[in-house]
Ligand binder design. Sequence first.
Ligand SMILES: [Zn+2]
Length: 159
Amino acid sequence: MTNYTHKNNSPSAGMRAWDRDVADLEQALDWDAIWSNVFCASENPNHQYIHLKFCHRAYITPVARHRMGLTDNPYCTFCTPGTLGSFVHVVWECPGIFEFWGKVIRTLNKLMGVQLPMDPFVHLLNDSSKLPDRKNTQNMAGRTDCSQKDYSPALETSP
Ligand SMILES: [Zn+2]
């Protein structure tokens, strides 16, 4: 049974949206692991808050701005016309962001001698249940979004 941390013990709208996205890929999220890892992603409360907002999709995207009547269309301003600016698009799929994540993950793989998957649910939600070797990689993936310095001193000294 999933341990939801929302009133009435029911999933938030953001959680339901994550569940729909992952179901489209014929996968499932481990919300118990995700909630357990929110506060392990970093010791910095600001980073923990960012992680919590990712879990609830509490960021304003082009789609959300359009729903609020603030813009004429719901499209990503960096992509070809007609590309929806959904939450997953702006934090994972948009080409510049996707390239960034690839660099982060390749750097971590090289520094840590592990093979983290290129999986948005691992890196955006810290769903450690999706890691191939949980013993060596647990919580490391979630730290890629907010506290790389905890694991990679080489990144701090790079120009
Ligand atoms: Zn885009």
